[in-house]
Design a protein. Structure first.
Length: 347
């Protein structure tokens, strides 16, 4: 079978490798679609602390496919089932796992990091992923492309739950890439009374508007603070979600949120300088600043239900499709910011 193998930072190669062998509790899945995440791009560029030097790894944690073989001890899934996976598999016994926060397990395994991921024609799903509830059936109403987007959508749902987006809220989403657009559709679904999206690229803002944003702000042309104050009668928004990895964006979030505003730092900064946070805004305006990473198994299951009932349409977020042989072009497209989400299709 073909697999796109991460060899070392800056190097990924499509190779012919053996189809994975499965154990009694495992599944073998024929991958149908896998989308490219910013994490994949960062691993390709810088490596990952959970991928030791010299380790060859198949990346890709946003995926869906069809079960083609099941170990004799597997009872919950059968050949022919369409499935997708919540990629972070916790140990099941630590303080985080027992609270349902598998994404915060300190000894987690993850597809595309500690295990081979979805940038290959066949994927082994280990028994532990099945046992801990990370494997989900994909409803017939959900396409392969959309199913491959469940992971980032579930991360956005997790982030919005942290700031309790509700119909009473005005919501500012900074960044209109795929993540910002996922946040847009979820905020609209939550009934937010006003959804504002800010970005530097007008084509992406146009997509956010198609997905339901009430107002879009091109920050290359207009002052974000002035526009937000004009839209909120000087009060500031109730919720700010930062989807841009820039220290100055996070630092400015307290100025954009109003009294009792909630701020979710959704995008990390890696090794960039840490932003100076206006603690007085948190104190005197009783703002809440939080961050989220990944999603729980419960979040993942919930977004499958949300998409299956037809409540949201994610098709505008997929802007390019590539064959596995063109993995480098797919990575370049995703890195360029020219489009939105790049998806590898296998059949």
């Amino acid at each position: 079978m073909r697999a796109a193998v991460f060899v070392e930072p800056g190097r990924i190669e499509v190779e012919d490798v053996a189809i994975p062998e499965i154990g009694d509790g495992d599944l073998l899945v024929e991958v149908a679609a896998a989308s490219i995440c910013g994490t994949d791009l960062r691993i390709l560029t810088h490596g990952h602390f959970r991928i030791p030097d010299g380790t060859r790894r198949v990346l890709g944690h946003e995926l869906t496919g069809r079960v083609v073989d099941a170990g004799r001890d597997v009872s919950r899934f059968a050949v022919g089932d369409r499935v997708s996976v919540a990629p972070n598999v916790g140990c099941g016994i630590c303080a985080m796992c027992t609270r349902g926060l598998n994404q915060l397990c300190p000894t987690y395994d993850a597809f595309g990091i500690t295990w081979d991921g979805g940038f290959q024609e066949y994927l082994r799903i280990p028994a532990s992923a099945i046992e801990r509830g990370n494997v989900f059936r994909v409803p017939d109403t959900v396409s392969d492309e959309t199913a491959a987007l469940m992971e980032p959508l579930s991360c956005c749902l997790h982030g919005q739950r942290a700031v309790s987006v509700s119909p009473e809220d005005s919501v500012l989403i900074i960044g209109a890439g795929p993540i910002g657009c996922f946040h847009t559709v979820l905020a609209k679904r939550a009934g937010a009374r006003q959804v504002v999206v800010a970005n530097t690229r007008q084509p992406r803002l146009d997509i956010a508007a198609r997905l339901g944003a009430d107002h879009v702000i091109n920050v290359g042309q207009k002052d974000l603070h002035a526009e937000v104050m004009a839209l909120t009668d000087g009060a500031g928004v109730d919720v700010v979600i930062t989807c841009v990895s820039k220290p100055e964006v996070i630092a400015a979030s307290t100025e954009l949120a109003g009294r009792r505003g909630r701020i979710n730092v959704f995008s990390g900064l890696g090794d960039q300088a840490r932003p100076a946070i206006d603690v007085n805004a948190l104190h005197y305006r009783e703002q809440v600043l939080t961050g989220t990473t990944g999603s729980s198994v419960d979040d993942y299951g919930d977004v499958i239900g949300i998409v299956a009932d037809g409540a949201i349409d994610l098709t505008p977020i997929v802007s390019a499709r590539f064959d596995l042989a063109d993995i480098e072009a797919a990575m370049d497209h995703s890195r360029s910011g020219a489009g939105m989400k790049s998806v590898l299709t296998f059949r």
